[in-house]
Design a protein around this ligand. Structure first.
Ligand SMILES: Cc1cc2nc3c(=O)[nH]c(=O)nc-3n(C[C@H](O)[C@H](O)[C@H](O)COP(=O)(O)O)c2cc1C
Length: 178
């Protein structure tokens, strides 16, 4: 079985077969974490449960990506995207996340869950560059309009590649390139 690799630069690279899973309530508070989630984040189950999911938020992640995630989930659809997360010791790891509404027997959304897998290195390089540009835009203005500008930058990037967001992300995950 392949194992995760931890580099000197603080990046933890997931093994091919690893799954990092969490569930939240409707407000995004953690209600379940699998063992791998706890071990990579560096938190115990007690430290994670009932905490907002932004407990592992990395500052290199654009706000516009989370806005899109929540908009997608609240419209009842699943979200796919690349995420850089923070560990409790300051290291980080990249994942490809599939976040889905958790629907009860009556068809009501009772929460959300996320399943994360290793992201291809070439995809991370492309996405990290895009996210850096978006974070710079978000930092330059502040407030809602800078997030709109960051989202517009993402849209331009997609338009240049003639792809919508989800097909682009899935292609990057599957093939490592657009
Ligand atoms: C099921 C689920 C999984 C999530 N996973 C992550 C995650 O791995 N990392 C993260 O930073 N935010 C994750 N979020 C989003 C957070 O709730 C939050 O919106 C994000 O960290 C941005 O934080 P902020 O709203 O305080 O800026 C997840 C949300 C849900 C509903």
């Amino acid at each position: 079985m392949s194992r995760s690799i931890s580099s000197q630069h603080g990046e933890i690279v997931l093994a091919d077969n690893e799954l990092i899973v969490s569930k939240t309530c409707l407000k995004g508070k953690i209600t379940y974490a699998n063992r791998r989630f706890m071990s990579i984040a560096g938190f115990s189950e007690q430290q994670l449960l009932q905490q907002p999911h932004n407990i592992i938020r990395h500052p290199d992640m654009p706000k516009a990506v989370y806005r899109l995630m929540w908009k997608t989930l609240q419209s009842g659809q699943e979200f796919f995207g690349f995420v850089k997360n923070l560990c409790s010791d300051g290291r980080y790891y990249w994942v490809f996340a599939n976040v889905t509404p958790d629907i009860d027997e009556r068809g009501q959304t009772r929460g959300y869950y996320s399943v994360r897998r290793k992201a291809p290195e070439s995809a991370i390089r492309l996405i990290a560059e895009l996210y850096q540009q978006m974070v710079t835009i978000e930092a330059s203005g502040g407030g809602r309009s800078s997030i709109d500008q960051s989202a517009a930058h993402l849209q331009n990037w997609l338009d240049q590649n003639r792809l919508d967001y989800f097909p682009a992300m899935l292609r990057l995950y599957r093939h490592g390139q657009l």
